[in-house]
Design a protein around this ligand. Structure first.
Ligand code: MRU
Length: 354
């Protein structure tokens, strides 16, 4: 695909022992790359959303754990594994909701535990290959999601998306944006509405930035304008990403997604969740069991303003980073393997089995 963000979300610089990321907290006004070396730097970058979006977090963790043990002086494989697990636990504590973080770290650990007889330098090389594979698979996965999702859309459709499930949230192309980029190449002339996505404004700062760069017709709206835009008949489908999908199809995604799903239901608009298999967590039965990250309240009333936008005394704040969209509001869940329709309890398992 030609059209997509030309920016590398993240890459390994093996010579400099660093993970190079674009600092997403500074976009769209500043394009600044950071070379992260220590585990603390990588943890902070994930926690502060310098690198963010479920798939990108997983890839960052995979390279992060490789760098953590690359120069290990462990005397034997057992000690090496212990060192790995300590670093893994630390990275896993950066954010709780996106299952890709835990998925990627587990996949990296399996590389060691499946071949404990192999010498440590070879284990290190295998970890590097696995992290590269996770990144390469993410790109292929997103293209496949794009093709499947595009088959559900019509030329000229108005599309609404929430948060950023774009190239910046993945290695490339994004999940919910992949059909938009493919459609752009094929003359579909989509009209995309991007919710600003309070409080951290991933829609305003990141989605509009990357879609505009690709020449997509994109309109920024405040979150509370989605109802009116739908009422006007301007939206034919909603496309969102996700951080974790439970076995019954309940889906955790950026705070505000639930409201968009309820609105789409009310207006009879299909609501599509784009979910790489790395985000499907069939070990978690329902959305109620998905841990929801709560973040610093300052993000709501102070972060983007010169002055606080609420009294700092005498007011309580609540800042959950994600919400759960019940499966009943979801028209389809689209992975690299195809399109799952309700009832998801059976269709998700069937999709993964094929
Ligand atoms: O807090 P963020 O910015 O990491 O939240 C990101 C989202 O909610 C995305 O929609 C999700 O991770 C899917 S990214 C392909």
């Amino acid at each position: 695909m030609k059209t997509s963000t030309p920016i590398d979300t993240l890459r390994l610089d093996d010579d400099q022992d660093s993970l190079v990321i674009i600092d997403q907290t500074l976009l769209p006004t500043e394009i600044c790359y950071l070379a992260l070396q220590s585990q603390a730097e990588i943890w902070e970058a994930i926690q502060q959303l310098r690198v963010r979006g479920a798939p990108a977090i997983g890839i960052a963790a995979a390279y992060g754990i490789y760098l953590a043990v690359k120069h290990s002086t462990a005397g034997d494989q057992g000690a090496f594994l212990k060192e790995f697990q300590q670093a893994s636990q630390y990275l896993a504590s950066a954010r709780p909701t996106a299952v890709n973080l835990f998925w990627a770290l587990q996949r990296m650990e399996n590389v060691i535990t499946s071949q404990m007889e192999v010498e440590i330098p070879q284990l290190v090389a295998a970890l590097r290959s696995e992290a590269d594979a996770i990144l390469a698979e993410d790109i292929r996965t997103n293209l496949a999601i794009g093709e499947h999702a595009l088959s559900l859309l019509q030329p000229g459709d108005g599309l609404l998306t929430h948060c950023n499930a774009g190239g910046l949230a993945t290695a490339r192309y994004g999940t919910a944006t992949a059909p938009i980029y493919l459609g752009q190449e094929r003359g579909y002339a989509f009209k995309v509405f991007a919710d600003e996505t309070r409080p951290l404004l991933q829609g305003a700062r990141l989605t509009t930035f990357e879609l505009a760069q690709a020449g997509v017709d994109v309109t920024l709206i405040c979150d509370n304008m989605a109802a009116s835009v739908m009422q006007n008949g301007w939206v034919q489908a909603v496309l969102v990403g996700c951080d974790r999908v439970a076995a019954n199809g309940d889906t955790a995604n950026k705070i505000g997604t639930l409201g968009v799903a309820v609105l789409a239901h009310q207006f009879g608009i299909p609501f599509y969740v784009c979910a790489p298999s790395s985000t499907l967590d069939l070990a978690t039965a329902t959305g109620q069991l998905i841990p929801i990250e709560e973040r610093d309240p300052q993000e709501i009333y102070r972060k983007w303003y010169q002055k606080p936008m609420a009294p700092e005394q005498g007011v309580k704040f609540y800042n959950p980073a994600f919400d759960i969209t019940p499966a009943k509001y979801i028209s389809a869940i689209i992975s690299e393997y195809g399109i799952a329709r309700p009832p998801f309890t059976t269709s998700l398992r069937a999709m993964l089995a094929n």
